[in-house]
Write a protein that binds this ligand. Sequence first.
Ligand code: PLP
Length: 384
Amino acid sequence: MPIHLDHNATTPLRPEVREVLLEQWDAGLGNPSSVHGAGRRARAVVDEARERVAAALGVDEGEVVFTSGGTESDNLAILGGHGALSGRGEPARVVSSRLEHPAVVEPVRRLGAAGARVEWVGNDAVGRIDPAEVAHAAGDGAVLVSLMAANNEIGSTNDLGAVRAALGRREGLLLHTDAVQALGRLPISDILAHVDLASLSLHKVGGPLGVGILLRRAGARVAPRTFGGSQEAELRPGTENAAAIAAAAVAVELAVQETEAFAARSRALLADFWRDLVAVLPDVHLNGPRLDDAARLPNTLNVSFVGRGDARMLVTRLDLAGLEVSAGSACASGSLEPSHVLAALGIAQERALSGVRISLGRGTTAAELSTAVDILRRTLGGTT
Ligand code: PLP
C-alpha cells in the first residue's frame, strides 16, 4: 500500500460514518419533501442531522445549509451574498486575497468582471494578512469580505477575530470564511464566532464526498443562485441526499470532538518529519509559516526541492516510489505555472515550481512518516 500524505485533498471515509451511510442508504428513505411515510422518515433524518451539526458547531439549526461541498458553499456565499447586498448604485466592493482557493478566487473574479470593485489584499512572505489592510480595503462601502480560515496549500491561517475587530460589524457587510481546511484541525467555534458565513466540506474530515455546509449566521442575507425548489431555506433547492447528510453529521461531530487531539498529534509528527527531512535533504525549503508558528494548520507542510525538477514530475516520481503527495503547480496553456498561492508569497519561480504539499491525516503514523523520509531521500537523491 502506498503511503498517503495528501489528506488536504480528501480523507478516507471513517468507519463510524460509513456505518450510518450504509444503514440509511438501506433504510428505504423517500424524498424528504414527500408527505408519505418514506418521505417523512427522510425528512426526520435530515432534521436530526441538522440538529446534530448545529449542536456540534455551537450554532442554531436555522443557520445550517447543506450543500454539495466546499466549492458550492463558497460560490453560494460569494455570489449569493453579493447578490443580496449589492444595490443599483455604485459598484459593490468585495475584498478577498490571492491566497484563497479557486472556489473563492473564481467567483470573486467573476463579480469583478460583472462590474463589482474587487480589492485583493496583500500578504507577507509566509501568507499572513494584515487585518488593518483588510479594513482599509473594505472602507465603509464593502458588501463582502472573504478570507479563508486556513490555507490548503501552505497551512497559513487568518486571524478572523482580528479581521472582525478591524472591520467592525455593520448592516450590509458580510464576512465570509472558507473554513474547509480548518474543520477538525483548528478550534472551529473560535472561527465561527467572528464570521457571518462559513463554508465547510465533509469529505475533508472522513465524511462522505458530496456534502458540504454553508453556515449562515442569523441575519446574514444571501440570495439563492439556483432555483426550482424550497429546500434548505430556498438557498439550495434540490432533493436532499438524506443518507449522506446523516453520515456527514457524524463526521462533523467526530471532527469537532477530536480536533485538539488531532492537532497535537499532527503537530508533533510533522515536527519530527521536518527534522528528519532536513537531516537527509538539507537544501529543502519550507514554504509558508514556520512549523513552530502557532498560527498554522498542524497537518500541512509545503516544501520545495529546488534543482530536482518541477513539482508535477516530483509527485509522479514519488508516486511510483509509493508516496502520495500533491503538487501545487499546474500546466496552463502548455507551460508550467507555479501554484497561485506560492506565486503570491513572492518566492523565486524555480522554488515555486518545485513546491510539494504533504498533508497528514488521522491515520498517519510515525512509521509511515519515517518511510516517507526514506522515499524522499532515495527519490530525490539526498545524503545518506
Ligand atoms: N476550499 C478549500 C480551502 C479547499 O481545500 C477545498 C478542497 O480542496 C475546497 C474549498 C473545495 O471543497 P470541495 O472539494 O468540497 O468542493
